[in-house]
Design a protein around this ligand. Sequence first.
Ligand SMILES: *Cc1c(COP(=O)(O)O)cnc(C)c1O
Length: 497
Amino acid sequence: MKYISTRNKNIQSDGIHAVLSGMAPDGGLFLPESFDDIAFDWEKAVKAGSTTEIAEAVIGSILPDFEDMHGLVKKAYSGRFETEELTPLVGVGERYVLELFKGPTSAFKDVALSMLPQLMQAAKRQTGDESRTMILTATSGDTGKAALEGFHDVPGVGIIVFFPYGGVSEVQRLQMVTQAGGNVHVCAIRGNFDDAQTAVKKVFELGANDAGFKADLAAAKTNLSSANSINIGRLAPQLTYYFKAYADLLKQGRIKLGDKVDFSVPTGNFGDILAGYFAKVLGLPIGKLICASNANNVLTDFLRTGVYNKRRPFIKTTSPSMDILVSSNLERMLYLAGGGDTAAVAGWMEDLKTKGEYRVSGKALENLRDTYYAAYCDDTETASTIAKVFKSHNYVCDTHTAVAWNAAEKYAAEAGGNTPMVVLSTASPYKFPLAVLSAIEGKEPACDEFAAMEKISALSGTKIPAGLAGLREKEILHKDVIEKDEITDYVLSKIKG
Ligand SMILES: *Cc1c(COP(=O)(O)O)cnc(C)c1O
């Protein structure tokens, strides 16, 4: 199966090299040339029912060049999640919450980042690639830790994580700066997530096109790759839980095969919700995909007006993993909504770079509006949603999940209907204990994160995830802080060092 760049159909790759390189050399993102070529029987998959069987079938069909997908999936997930079903679906009032945070770092990123190291190692085995792969990751909080968890001490691989200084929750920060491993580097940058992501993308472009940088990489026998959702190997595993949720609804007798289901997705870089769209293209009967944003509502504005305008204040919110103004995977959706017009995509991305905005109209915008409903809420509404869900249903959700719940409510008020709604829960409430506790108690907690975790545990009757409870005792191993324009030099020093 062929992969092409969203900005130029002549730039092609197979799935294995798309995973290894992370991103196309022209700055575009890899996508299957045609979804019609993907041999995936969704009805069979949802009838099979077990999460790992679904994962094997769906990842195997998107990345058919990989050998032994059964073994790779088994290695990725066996014994690593709190439950063998990996991503349980629970009824909360009239909606369903898809709990994606049962992995080792308590965020949905674990679903994909448990699998990506397996894919990366398999790709190197199959191609006989003996160079070192250096994973560069910009994180808004959760990708960093999940990638470190997946890649630490993996032979032949190094990893550098950049996170925004002061831009992640204290628990998220501690998770990253206490990470052990001989091949890991964690560095704070003075700037926000967009600054980090833009700088990392620039390093990839230098690695692909700059003679001096290429020579440095070659001398160190190193190739660059990405653990962000710009890597197709990150997206493919994320399709699994859309099918799994549908399988659960079938099993519980809530729907019949073929009935539509809506999904509300707390969205930042547009990776999670794009996986939902892929699932729909592969046959899953999805009604609407609800694109839920926090006060950084650039996607809400875009999906409503067709104008994507990043020139706006970057707002720090209580849902920091969605504090993003430049949403990378939207580029893939633009390609798909625009009928594969790579010149148009290249033009929009150029406008974004030079003017800070672009405008999509006509058929492409119509397609986007048919697929998505968009809504956002600020921190006050996020908090009141957490409080309401707890009071009404005795269920404690995290800030990101609350944003998605809130968007689902707005959609229900506008659209009505009785299509089942699945709200994706992307993080454990224990990752954001102060924000969650203050929402429930209605006042600023006079305690630290760990005491707040204890209180949430007492209120909800759920257990603090072991990986988070243990953070208090862990030694801080990473203290680097750099300016955002020092990222390239930092990467070079780690590659040479
Ligand atoms: C990463 C993340 C998101 C956003 O997911 P995207 O794929 O970037 O849209 C939402 N919630 C949490 C908790 C996250 O970690």
